[in-house]
Design a protein around this ligand. Structure first.
Ligand SMILES: CC(C)(COP(=O)(O)OP(=O)(O)OC[C@H]1O[C@@H](n2cnc3c(N)ncnc32)[C@H](O)[C@@H]1OP(=O)(O)O)[C@@H](O)C(=O)NCCC(=O)NCCS
Length: 448
């Protein structure tokens, strides 16, 4: 989505709605250092984080320079320069099945001060974001949620789950193949050159992952604040293939008391190849003098149990809905991915906010490529007749259900069993299951 972030105006409807309540809805200029720092203070406060240090603010200035940052200001508050509500957003890619990416609109930093809660401020901000995303040409909006009860009302729904993979170190005897390359222990900061490219390739092969933003890897690698406790604890391994090319890396820390075995924890394992993924996992679970390995935000179909002599050494804990998606343009969202099998389906989508409302014909060829067409109201009767003659079935579903089946995270039949999708022609549900299936379970391994 080639697009100048600054070219989008402030959403006038939200500006007027909040203005009528005496509140100012403003875009924060990234060049206004004091304004951006005040916004960061409010964002950190909203998420119950500690007050940011200068090094944190420095990092945030870099991150938010690439985003659209809005604040809501109350001129009557004791500290009127601090926003009473924050939100940020940016256009970015979301990986979809088939190794491709869809133009998406990431939303983050949604906070409203406790003094201003439940007055409709978050609603006004979210509705503005959806309108801006449509104006920018995004096929969908996406976010990660602190609470699962907030965003459904705006059409968001879980689209990729993640789990903590816990390995009992003493039972974890490797039974998988040896990787042809080699794992090296390295200084995390030495990965600065190789990491972005590896991360890009790892993201591209995993539906549900979003493009990594500038600054994220610096934080992961401890570059942002090298003397902080977290950075000093961070260790790193890199996998080089048989030609000496880096293909994956992981950063981890060992949490332990003196003279006691520790627990190895990691948040970041990026592998561009299956060899790299296996070799990194193997190195992590074979570290001595630890009792347990905990990998956070891992895939729910991590192949690890299949690589061990005792698959029960692995437990999947904290299974969470992690990526939430809100389809805005079904034609673009569906058209971006590859499908499991060919077939025709008519999707009647209900969207209370209107953006994705309509009837859509999805025609998938034998190679999995999709052609998607919005059926105009005037054509509906003709389309129904054509559907009958082709014996093509269809589904009636809400925009949330469309978001949840989009990447293959949940089957249409499961949502039908929950009473959330209805079949309009016999066999359509079963066909939808096969069409929407993804060969790799969608996963999102970062918060944003
Ligand atoms: C979540 C948060 C932003 C909501 O802000 P708010 O201005 O109070 O929300 P609104 O008044 O606009 O509420 C909009 C709707 O969401 C509902 N809602 C808001 N917060 C909710 C919550 N935490 N759980 C369930 N429903 C919630 C409201 O009841 C309202 O429902 P309705 O309009 O359908 O009747 C605010 O509580 C907050 O800052 N929380 C802490 C930080 C956080 O968790 N942010 C979310 C980041 S993903």
């Amino acid at each position: 989505m080639p697009f100048d972030l600054r070219s989008l105006p402030v959403d006038r409807r939200t500006e007027a709605a909040l203005g009528a309540r005496g509140l100012e809805y403003r875009l924060v200029d990234p060049a206004d250092r004091a304004g951006l720092d005040a916004w960061s203070q409010a964002d950190n406060r909203g998420f119950h984080h500690a007050r940011p240090r200068e090094s944190d603010l420095e990092h945030e200035r870099r991150i938010f320079a690439e985003r659209r940052v809005h604040g809501v200001y109350d001129p009557t508050a004791a500290e009127p320069e601090l926003p009473v509500a924050t939100i940020s957003s940016w256009p970015t890619g979301l990986s979809v099945p088939g190794g491709r990416s869809v133009d998406a609109w990431a939303v983050s930093s949604v906070t409203v001060a406790p003094t201003h809660r439940r007055k409709g401020i978050a609603r006004a901000l979210m509705e503005a974001e959806l309108r801006s995303a449509v104006d920018a040409g995004a096929a969908l909006a996406m976010l990660t949620a602190t609470e699962a009860t907030i965003y459904g009302r705006f059409g968001f729904s879980p689209a990729a789950r993640s789990a903590t993979v816990v390995v009992d170190r003493r039972r974890a005897a490797w039974a998988g193949p040896d990787a042809p390359g080699r794992v090296h222990l390295v200084d995390p900061r030495s990965l600065r050159d190789a990491a972005p490219q590896i991360a890009r390739r790892a993201v591209a092969r995993t539906p549900g992952e979003i493009d990594r933003w500038a600054g994220l890897l610096d934080r992961v690698l401890g570059v942002t604040d090298p003397e902080s406790e977290g950075a000093r604890r961070t260790r790193a391994i890199r996998y080089d293939d048989e030609h000496g090319e880096p293909q994956g890396f992981a950063t981890y820390r060992i949490v332990r008391e003196p003279d006691r075995p520790g627990v190895l924890e990691f948040d970041f394992l990026a592998a561009a190849t299956d060899d790299a993924e296996r070799a990194l996992w193997r190195t992590l679970i074979e570290v001595d003098f630890i009792t347990e390995v905990r990998g956070h935000l891992r895939s729910v179909d991590e192949p690890l149990p299949w690589l061990l002599e005792d698959p029960r050494a692995v437990r999947f804990e904290e299974l969470v809905d992690h990526l939430w998606v809100r389809v805005l343009d079904p034609v673009a969202a569906l058209g971006a991915r590859r499908f499991g099998v060919g077939g025709s389906l008519t999707l009647e989508v209900d969207d209370p906010l209107g953006h994705a409302q309509g009837t859509f014909e999805l025609e998938v060829s034998g190679s999995g490529r999709a052609e998607v067409r919005r059926v105009e109201q005037a054509d509906a009767a003709r389309a129904a007749a054509s559907r009958r003659s082709r014996q093509a079935g269809g589904l009636k579903l809400g925009v949330r259900e469309l978001g949840s089946i989009l990447l293959g995270d949940v089957r249409a039949t499961t949502l039908a069993r929950a009473g959330r999708i209805t079949e309009t022609g016999s066999g359509a549900l079963e066909l939808a299951d096969r069409m929407f299936a993804a060969s790799r379970a969608p996963q999102l391994s970062v918060w944003f």
